[in-house]
Design a protein around this ligand. Structure first.
Ligand code: SF4
Length: 347
């Protein structure tokens, strides 16, 4: 099942023995989405739709969007109309999560989604099925947390690039298989010898980001990405389902309370204290704030987020992403940013 956002309740899919697959782009220039999406929609959602139009996700049996932003919704709608796929479902995930009504409301929407999944798989999902789905996701999240713990020390035991491979692969691979691989990694991490200097410890934060070439470049010029706030990283896995008798209610509560996307971060700002806590816990020295070009939700956050960093004495660098990232140009900017920390090219 292709998932258009990290707000799709994967627990319900796994309960139905369905493999959730996060639909991501390919970072290649394309010319197939112009008839369906405005050019000023974010490059990520255009890249996503291009993959569908080019048949690169032709193995999907269905697609699901859980409402987050207008751009990805348009991508979903165009896919639904113009790419052949047997099943599709749009979840009315509320953007106003800061109200007592949010969890009961989302529970009713997830009940409807469960009925849809039952139709797809042709059988009823029992409490045991839901328990299995919840347990698989919770175990996977817990293991990712344990791996992230190894990024907190003076010498992080894995790079930001490796962490990105771990989280993004977890969005495509069977959860139990992914968890089994992480258990193997966790056995080896304590004895790992890192043959690189850590350099400046960075947080990356902002729009969707699975650009491995970018992270690799940042880590090649005297820095280590020690933590992130992305929907392909911590925002996706940070909190678990607290199990209760009403499974769907528990799942809904998890998605209401997870670290929010800016589309859902109002009236109070829940994101900023959470991001500052990540900075503290992972001993962050500087932040790279990225925005997919035209990404309205994150664009609106840039000013207050950078002000928050300023007030906490955390220097930040802003970079705007497109489908392809100008690595050479960004390298110069990242190097100039790192000079603030007194770090020369270490590698
Ligand atoms: S990057 Fe921004 S505009 Fe694009 S899909 Fe994500 S939140 Fe929406």
């Amino acid at each position: 099942m292709g998932c258009f956002c990290s707000y799709v309740p994967e627990e319900i899919l796994v309960a139905g023995n369905i493999l959730p697959v996060r639909v991501l782009g390919s970072h290649e220039p394309q010319n197939v989405t112009e008839p369906y999406l405005f050019g000023m929609y974010c490059p990520f959602c255009r890249d996503v739709l291009a993959q569908g139009l080019k048949g690169r996700y032709d193995y999907l049996d269905g697609i699901t969007l859980s409402q987050s932003c207008l751009h990805i919704r348009q991508s979903f709608i165009a896919w639904r109309e113009h790419v052949e796929v047997p099943f599709n479902y749009y979840i009315y995930m509320p953007n106003k999560v800061q109200t007592k009504a949010a969890t009961p409301y989302l529970k009713t929407e997830f009940e409807k989604y469960k009925a849809h999944v039952e139709e797809v798989v042709g059988k009823e999902l029992t409490d045991d099925d839901l328990d299995r789905g919840i347990a698989a996701l919770n175990r996977n999240r817990e293991l990712m947390h344990k791996v992230y713990e190894y990024r907190k020390g003076d010498t992080p035991m894995l790079t930001g690039l490796e962490a990105m491979y771990m989280t993004v692969s977890g969005m495509w691979v069977d959860k139990d298989e992914h968890s089994a691989e992480m258990e193997k990694v966790l056995e080896q991490l304590p004895d790992r010898q890192m043959i690189r200097d850590t350099g400046t410890r960075l947080l990356v934060v902002g729009s969707e980001n699975d650009d491995t070439a970018f992270i690799d470049m940042v880590e090649s010029v005297g820095a280590t990405v020690v933590v992130d706030d992305h929907c392909t990283g911590t925002r996706w896995f940070w909190n678990s389902v607290e199990t209760g008798d009403d499974r769907i209610n528990s799942i809904a509560d998890r998605y209401i309370k997870r670290p929010p996307c800016p589309t859902k971060d109002w009236e109070e700002r829940w994101r900023f204290p959470h991001i500052l806590q990540l900075c503290k816990d992972f001993n962050v020295e500087g932040a790279i704030v990225i925005q997919q070009k035209f990404c309205d939700p994150h664009e609106c956050d840039i000013m207050p987020l950078r002000k928050t960093f300023d007030e906490a004495n955390i220097p930040s660098l802003f970079l705007e992403f497109d489908v392809t990232v100008p690595i050479g140009q960004f390298k110069v900017r990242v190097e100039a940013f790192l000079e603030m920390f007194g770090v020369d090219d270490l590698f």
